[in-house]
Design a protein around this ligand. Structure first.
Ligand SMILES: N[C@@H](Cc1c[nH]c[nH+]1)C(=O)O
Length: 383
C-alpha cells in the first residue's frame, strides 16, 4: 500500500474546490448572522455518553470511538453537531429566552451515508431553541431556502414529514408499540409485504393506519387523503395541521409530503424536512423539530433547526473563476514593500515572485505587474 493512500470515502480538498466550499461557508455564516444567529464551536470529540445523549441508536453506530489516554474513558468523534449545540443551549448558555445558534465544522461517519458520500462531511447549520411555535420552523425553512439561493440553487424540492403521525398511531396501541423498532424499519423501506405480515394480529384500526402510511406521499393533497385514511387521534390531527402550516410558508419551493419518511427517526420529535436539488441524489439539507433532546440534557427546550454538508453542496457550483492578481518581484526595498502592503490592504492579491521562478499557474490570474520605473513602483498590465 502506498503510504499516502487515504481511507475510503475520505478525500483531500484541492484548491479550486476548497475555495468554493470556503466562499459558501463564509456567505452562509454571514447570512445566519444577519438573522441573529450566534456562532458556536463545539469540540471535535467528547465523552461518548455525552455525545450520544438524546441521539438515537443510528448515531451510536455512525460514531467513531477511541480511548482517552488521560481518563481511560471512551471518547466519540462527533457524527452530527446538532446534539452538541443542544447541549450548549441547555447547559452552558442556560438562557430561558429564544436562542439562535449556528455552527460549521467537520463531522465524521463510520460509514458513508450514500454510495459516494464522504465520511467527513463539513456540516453547517442553524438551530433555534426556546420557541415551540411553528414560527421557528418557518424561519428555519426560510433560512434553508436562503442558503440554497446563495449557492445559486433556485429549484428546490422540500420533502416534509412528521414523526408525530407514526408516534401517535403506536402510542394508541400497546401491541404495535412493542414492535416499534421493526415497524419503523419496515416503514422506512416502504415494505408493504413485511408490514402486512407483522401487523397480522394487530387491532384492525392500527393495522389499517400502518398499512396506509407507505402510500401517503405526494403533493399537498396527501394531507386530505391522510385525514380520510388515518384515525383522528389528537397526535395525528396536530401533525397534519402542522404540515399544512409549513406547506403554506414553503415559498418558491416545490413541496412533497411523505408520511412514512422516518429517515430522521432519531432525536426528531415533530415536523421534519429534507431538501433536494437537481443533480444530487441525496438530500442537501435536513432538519426539523427535536424538542426532547434538551430534556435528555436535563433542561427541556423546544428546538428546531437544519444542517447541510457544504462539501456536497459545493459540488453543484460552477468552478470559481481565477481571481486576478498582481505579480511583484522579491525584494527588501522599502518603497516596494509599502506599495505591496497598500495593494493587499485594498483587497488585491499580490504574489511575490521568488528568484529563479516564473509566473505560476493556479487559481490566480496575474494580469498586472509591479515594476520600478524611474525610481517609482508602478502597475503595468500584463498580456
Ligand atoms: N443534524 C440533522 C439535521 C437537523 C438539524 N437540526 C435538526 N435536525 C441531520 O444531519 O440530519
Amino acid at each position: 500500500m502506498r503510504t499516502w493512500l487515504l481511507p475510503e470515502n475520505i478525500a483531500d480538498v484541492l484548491p479550486a474546490e476548497a475555495r468554493k466550499i470556503e466562499d459558501l461557508r463564509r456567505n452562509m455564516l454571514d447570512t445566519f448572522r444577519r438573522y441573529g444567529y450566534e456562532l458556536v464551536m463545539p469540540p471535535m470529540l467528547e465523552y461518548l455518553e455525552s455525545l450520544l445523549t438524546g441521539a438515537g441508536q443510528d448515531m451510536g453506530l455512525r460514531t467513531f470511538k477511541l480511548v482517552d489516554q488521560l481518563s481511560g474513558r471512551t471518547l466519540g468523534l462527533r457524527a452530527d453537531m446538532t446534539t452538541q449545540v443542544a447541549r450548549i443551549d441547555a447547559h452552558l448558555l442556560n438562557r430561558s429566552s429564544v436562542t439562535r445558534l449556528c455552527y460549521a465544522g467537520s463531522v465524521l461517519h463510520t460509514r458513508p451515508s450514500g454510495l459516494h458520500a464522504t465520511r467527513e462531511p463539513l456540516q453547517i447549520g442553524a438551530e433555534i431553541y426556546g420557541h415551540a411555535g411553528l414560527e421557528a420552523d418557518a424561519e428555519i425553512q426560510e433560512l434553508v431556502l436562503a442558503c440554497l439561493a446563495l449557492a445559486g440553487i433556485a429549484e428546490v424540492r422540500l420533502d416534509l414529514c412528521h414523526v408525530g403521525v407514526v408516534r401517535a398511531i403506536l402510542q394508541s396501541d400497546v401491541r404495535a408499540q412493542s414492535d416499534e423498532e421493526a415497524l419503523i424499519s419496515l416503514l422506512k423501506t416502504k415494505d408493504g409485504a413485511g408490514l402486512r405480515e407483522l401487523t397480522g394480529d394487530y387491532a384492525p384500526a392500527t393495522r389499517a393506519a400502518l398499512l396506509a402510511l407507505p402510500a401517503l406521499y405526494g403533493d399537498g393533497s396527501v394531507l386530505a387523503a391522510a385525514r380520510a385514511a388515518l384515525p383522528a387521534l389528537p397526535g395525528v390531527v396536530q401533525a397534519l395541521d402542522e404540515l399544512q402550516a409549513l406547506l403554506d410558508v414553503a415559498g418558491s419551493a416545490t413541496v412533497t409530503i411523505d408520511l412514512a419518511d422516518l429517515r430522521g427517526y432519531q432525536y426528531e420529535s415533530g415536523a421534519m424536512f429534507a431538501a433536494y436539488v437537481p443533480g444530487l441524489p441525496n438530500a442537501v439539507a435536513r432538519g426539523g423539530r427535536y424538542d426532547h433532546v434538551g430534556e435528555a440534557f436535563g433542561r427541556a427546550r423546544p428546538a428546531t433547526g437544519f444542517s447541510m454538508d457544504l462539501r456536497e453542496l459545493a459540488r453543484l457550483l460552477p468552478a470559481v473563476e481565477r481571481s486576478s492578481a498582481i505579480l511583484a518581484p522579491w525584494g527588501r526595498d522599502n518603497a516596494l514593500r509599502e506599495q505591496i502592503t497598500a495593494l493587499r490592504r485594498a483587497g488585491e492579491v499580490v504574489i511575490q515572485c521568488f528568484p529563479g521562478h516564473g509566473r505560476e499557474q493556479g487559481e490566480f490570474d496575474c494580469d498586472r505587474e509591479l515594476v520600478c520605473e524611474g525610481g517609482n513602483w508602478v502597475l503595468k498590465n500584463l498580456s
